[in-house]
Design a protein around this ligand. Structure first.
Ligand SMILES: N[C@@H](CCC(=O)N[C@@H](CS)C(=O)NCC(=O)O)C(=O)O
Length: 202
């Protein structure tokens, strides 16, 4: 949180997810986000590509914080002491938990329940006895797609889509299937299915 500056993000490429005083939202290309001074906030680049954004801070002066970060090539969490030292000089305080703690710890699958491509993910989870490990969010295909979801998928409408717990987007049910099978706790199923190994070994 910075006490003295209002901050405006203008997204030039990619997508960013924002957390502002408990509210989460996503902004894509051409959108802008206003963060008033003195408000707790954080943001995170989503998708697999970079996000370039124009940042306008008023009044001026805070830009030397970013110069410090670039000069030191600092990273969170490794370089927190150096980052906090510069932040303090710029009247900025790190007030809350890290971004991942704000977010759902579950992966999210956006899906259409009757879609066989989505159902293969449900079958995997059932076989792995991990039905609750992933949050399924139904997309109502009788309505125009949610712009937030379209920004995340960069315009792709086909479902299912997986949003990982750290905000990455995966498309294509077989890619998602293999990813979930790898990252979820317990023994993999996909290899067993592909090699005709009895499923009881899953
Ligand atoms: N190859 C894709 C196919 C997905 C697909 O065709 N999903 C259909 C529903 S079963 C869909 O979302 N259609 C609407 C659209 O493409 O906009 C996959 O395996 O995920």
């Amino acid at each position: 949180m910075h006490q003295n500056e209002d901050e405006t993000f203008v997204i030039l490429t990619g997508t960013c997810k924002f957390w502002l005083e408990g509210e989460e939202f996503t902004a894509g290309v051409g959108e802008s986000v206003f963060i008033p001074r003195g408000k707790e906030h954080t943001f995170k680049v989503t998708n697999d590509g970079p996000c370039r954004h124009l940042l306008i801070l008023t009044p001026g002066g805070f830009e030397s914080f970013f110069a410090d970060m670039a000069a030191g090539q600092f990273r969170i969490p490794e370089d927190m002491p150096a980052i906090e030292e510069s932040a303090t000089r710029h009247n900025m305080a790190f007030t809350g938990p890290r971004w991942t703690d704000h977010m759902s710890q579950k992966h999210i699958v956006y899906h259409i329940p009757v879609c066989p491509f989505s159902q293969r993910l449900e079958i995997l989870l059932a076989l792995r006895d991990l039905t609750d490990a992933v949050e399924f969010r139904v997309v109502d295909i009788t309505k125009p797609r949610d712009p937030d979801l379209l920004a995340k998928t960069r315009g792709t409408t086909a479902l299912p889509v997986l949003e990982t717990s750290d905000g990455c987007i995966l498309k294509e049910s077989l890619v998602i299937l293999r990813y979930l099978d790898e990252v979820l706790p317990g023994a993999s199923c996909v290899g067993a299915i592909r090699s005709n190994t009895p499923l009881s070994r899953c």
